[in-house]
Design a protein around this ligand. Structure first.
Ligand SMILES: Nc1nc2c(ncn2[C@@H]2O[C@H](COP(=O)(O)OP(=O)(O)OP(=O)(O)O)[C@@H](O)[C@H]2O)c(=O)[nH]1
Ligand SMILES: [Zn+2]
Length: 337
């Protein structure tokens, strides 16, 4: 089993026991002539697929069964893959996914939805003000990033409205990289900040997540001029922006790499995240679970991690353990941040 094989929902759903079976893409003998591309948009059963320098519109072949296809999926297509107007190709296979970003509808719900496939970086976008930053929302996104096998990046926007330092102090022990963006008096974004964001995104596939109104589309428009992602003012009553972007879409960066803009995340359920395996993402702490009682939640008095941190003098161990527990707690309960 590859490290991320368990993340492939088609495997989870349809092939609970995958051992000793060949990868599903090889199970299909036909379609050796299939053309491979990446899904960059999904809209009511029509998939927009980028193949080298052309864009193909496709539908799913019936033989795919119930496998969901999402932005970032690498797919094989047959039929008319010319990309000419009014042509339609057929997607006949979905390659195994390297990463899967998913969310459940809420925390009690274990039926998860894949949002984006194969992305390497989760850019967690939070405004310094308007709307107010919420550590809980960011914590939950961090849990989702680690769970997905993605690298997190904190993007603090609207730094013209306040100082990001206090908020960033919550994340020191986690060693999460961050980048700051600020608006200018003429309503544009400071060019140096945009350039630094660009450097973090270059050559990889990144997903932007964050509440509506934090400025995701504004950043995307600055990074990819001409995309014209709809932006809108924050609603003064709810403190939230209008949901100005309605579907996930992948945009190509001029210097290489992709950025995926998702609609404002309102509920980011984490019901599918298992606390027992989550600790594995803290490589310095994970060996200490040998000291834990069976079935330890790692957030209870009997947990052996406190002793481990003391005994091994884990660097910043107390803070790291505190952060791990804060993230574990952010999993449960309704998302309010
Ligand atoms: N002061 C200030 N305002 C900003 C900045 N960036 C964006 N805004 C404003 O914040 C509002 C929301 O920005 P959007 O880019 O639409 O936010 P979004 O996160 O894409 O929102 P959804 O599409 O609803 O998810 C707009 O009125 C922007 O002009 C900034 O750096 N400083
Ligand atoms: Zn424990």
């Amino acid at each position: 089993m590859g490290r991320y094989d368990h993340l492939d929902e088609s495997v989870v759903r349809e092939r609970p026991s995958r051992r000793n079976t060949r990868p599903r893409s090889k199970d299909r003998p036909a379609h050796e002539d299939a053309v491979t591309g990446m899904v960059v948009g999904v809209d009511r059963g029509r998939y927009t697929v980028r193949v080298q320098d052309r864009t193909v519109v496709a539908m799913r072949a019936r033989e795919l069964g119930r496998t969901r296809i999402v932005v970032g999926d690498v797919v094989g297509m047959v039929g008319d893959t010319s990309g000419d107007p009014d042509t339609l190709a057929r997607i006949v296979r979905v390659e195994d996914r390297r990463t899967v970003l998913r969310r459940s509808a809420d925390d009690s719900d274990t039926v998860e939805r894949v949002i984006v496939a194969n992305a390497e970086q989760l850019v967690i976008v939070t405004a310094v003000a308007d709307p107010e930053p919420r550590t809980r929302m960011v914590d939950r996104c961090l849990v989702a990033a680690y769970d997905a096998g993605m690298d997190p990046l904190l993007l603090l926007t609207k730094a013209d409205l306040g100082d990001p330092e206090e908020f960033l102090s919550h994340y020191r022990a986690l060693d999460v990289p961050h980048v700051v963006s600020r608006g200018t008096s003429d309503g544009a974004l400071d060019a140096a900040g945009v350039a630094e964001i660009g450097r973090h995104l270059a050559g990889r596939t990144s997903v932007l997540v964050g509440h509506s109104g934090v400025g995701k589309s504004t950043v995307v428009n600055a990074l990819v001029p001409g995309t014209d992602r709809a932006t809108g003012p924050v609603n003064v009553v709810t403190g939230r922006g209008r949901h100005t972007s309605s579907s996930a879409v992948a945009l190509e960066l001029a210097g290489g790499g992709w950025v995926v803009d998702t609609p404002g995340v309102r509920s980011f359920g984490l019901g599918h995240v298992d606390p027992a395996t989550f600790v594995e993402h803290f490589e310095d702490l994970a060996p200490g679970t040998a000291l834990c009682p069976r079935g330890c939640s790692h957030d209870e008095p009997a947990c052996g991690l406190d002793e481990w941190v003391r005994r091994e003098s884990v660097p910043h161990g107390v803070e790291r353990l505190g952060s791990l527990r804060r993230l574990l707690r952010s999993r449960s309960g309704e998302e309010r941040g």
